[in-house]
Design a protein around this ligand. Sequence first.
Ligand code: FES
Length: 139
Amino acid sequence: MALGSDMYRQQILDHYKNPRNYGELEDPTFTHIGENPMCGDEIRIDVKLADDEETIQQVAFTGDGCAISQASASMLSSDLQGKTIAELQEMDRDDIIDMLGVDISPMRVKCAVLAEKVAQDGAEIYQGELEKAKTTTED
Ligand code: FES
């Protein structure tokens, strides 16, 4: 058990230090920004959809924040490629915590879910179902 969570901790640190898909897309289908109001940390996510307008082809993110928020954005950016918008919308905090593989204290859950909420709100705004300038983890 201890070994397993050590491995996950290493993985979180690796994603934090070497974030995957870090940057901006040249021609995103949609872009959205959100923040964790507890600390002011922000994440911006760019998503490029395939021609079917459903399948996520490419994801990029930029952000500033703690290891948990940045590692989960990095992991999510890889995980989402090839998924559909519907699959993104079905994700919940348990999926993100499973992805991170470590116990997250209630305070840190907001860090963990920030990227997921930004991507989900971005998709909803794109689909015209949500009007929002900026996502926060308060919602
Ligand atoms: Fe700011 Fe984690 S402390 S997102």
